[in-house]
Design a protein around this ligand. Structure first.
Ligand SMILES: *[C@@H]1O[C@H](CO)[C@@H](O)[C@H](O)[C@H]1NC(C)=O
Length: 386
């Protein structure tokens, strides 16, 4: 009898310990109840901009991140429903255990573009096993900035060369990350920039910005390996997805794009020491009212670069204003309508002939006033559009 009781109490002790461990692991770091955040659109989720007047300002998001990052067990940070102001934040690893960031509310940037001291708003840097989800919104409040900065093309070159693009969300050097059910809205310039990431999935991800908002690329990817963008919806004023040098093993699937400039690889060949782009698959995507459909942009310049193993499959297009420009790729099952007579352009430089371009099951119906739809190679060394 005594033995039996011992067994029972041992089991219940084990269960109790197990329960406590589970409790500790799933305890949420709520930025409101635990770190003093206020959903008043005034109190900064991050550091105060003026230390002297905000001596005792809590840094709710940064404080929560610090605690989560130092924790030896997995943590969850919660930004509950409501609207918050965030001036700027870099959430930095490496961290000791996986972190989940639940964004349920709307996080808003300052409206003044000059309030950004750095060309970024929120940055996740060197984090492993990171998950962000929750249905929340990152609102860059950029609508006021579009008019001032968009009309002059010189701005684009200035910003791209100086990496001064004001971006909503930067995922820099993340490994094994999942981003689900998140929306980015009205970024002042690029919405999302992925750099140096390994194995990152964006799922049910939304981008929203007006059709005429300049330079508001949805998702830009560079020097990353193993990026998946699936089941997502991108509506913006520039490229829905732009793929820069050093992108490997990128899978874009079940994505809708438009308005926007389409899905673009490049521009390649603009800078020295660019890394190859390889293993890109764009499948089951639907583009409507985009200016360029799917394309590869390369510069006829002195710098070499390669793009290989690139596949566009099962692409549906509706009312494309311009054309599809492709090189060194296969494309299969492309259906839709076009407003221009030339729907497929294969553009190559004069030095290289195009190799291994496979066209299969292309069915584009011309919906504009001129001639039938056609696929045409164009003269060498064209000037790429930006
Ligand atoms: C990629 O990341 C996900 C999410 O963290 C993880 O579940 C998966 O095992 C990773 N895959 C590889 C090959 O590391």
């Amino acid at each position: 009898m005594a033995n039996k009781i011992n067994v029972v109490s041992t089991i219940s002790t084990i269960l109790l310990i197990f329960f406590l461990v589970v409790q500790v692991q799933s305890a949420a770091l709520d930025v409101v109840t635990k770190f003093g955040a206020k959903a008043d659109e005034k109190t900064d989720l991050s550091k105060a901009s003026d230390i002297e007047t905000h001596f005792n300002t809590l840094m709710p998001l940064l404080d929560a991140w610090k605690e989560a990052c130092a924790s030896a067990t997995p943590s969850t940070i919660v930004i509950p429903k409501g609207a918050y102001l965030l001036s700027q934040a870099t959430l930095e690893g490496p961290c000791k255990a996986p972190i989940e960031l639940q964004v349920q509310g709307t996080v808003k940037a300052p409206t003044d573009p000059h309030a950004f001291k750095e060309p970024k708003w929120i940055e996740f840097y060197k984090v492993e096993n990171f998950k962000m989800l929750g249905g929340g919104v990152f609102d860059g409040q950029g609508t006021g900035a579009y008019k001032r900065e968009g009309c002059d093309k010189k701005d684009f070159f200035f910003y791209s060369i100086n990496s001064e693009i004001k971006q909503n969300i930067m995922f820099d050097y993340l490994t094994n990350a999942i981003i689900q059910d998140i929306t980015t809205r009205d970024s002042k310039q690029f919405h999302v920039n992925l750099l140096g990431c390994k194995n990152i999935t964006l799922e049910r991800f939304s981008v929203r910005a007006p059709k005429d908002s300049p330079n508001t690329d949805g998702i830009h990817i560079g020097r990353s390996d193993g990026v998946n963008i699936i089941n997502s919806d991108i509506r913006t004023g520039d490229d829905c997805i732009s793929i820069g040098d050093g992108t490997k093993h990128l899978d874009i699937k079940d994505v809708t794009c438009g308005p926007g400039h389409g899905i673009s690889i490049g521009s390649l060949g603009k800078f020295e020491n660019e890394e190859p782009v390889e293993g890109i698959t764009v499948s089951k995507c639907s583009l409507s009212d985009t200016t360029n459909g799917v394309r590869i942009k390369s510069w006829a310049g002195e710098f070499p670069g390669t793009a290989s193993d690139i596949h566009f499959e099962d692409i549906t297009m509706k009312n494309e204003e311009s054309n599809v420009k492709l090189s060194k790729i296969s494309f299969k099952n492309i259906h839709g309508t076009t407003a221009l007579s030339e729907v497929v352009k294969i553009i190559c430089s004069g030095k290289f002939s195009y190799e291994n371009v496979e066209l299969a099951d292309i069915d584009i119906t011309y919906s504009g006033p001129k001639g039938p739809a056609c696929a045409a190679p164009v003269p060498p060394n064209p000037t790429p559009t930006v």
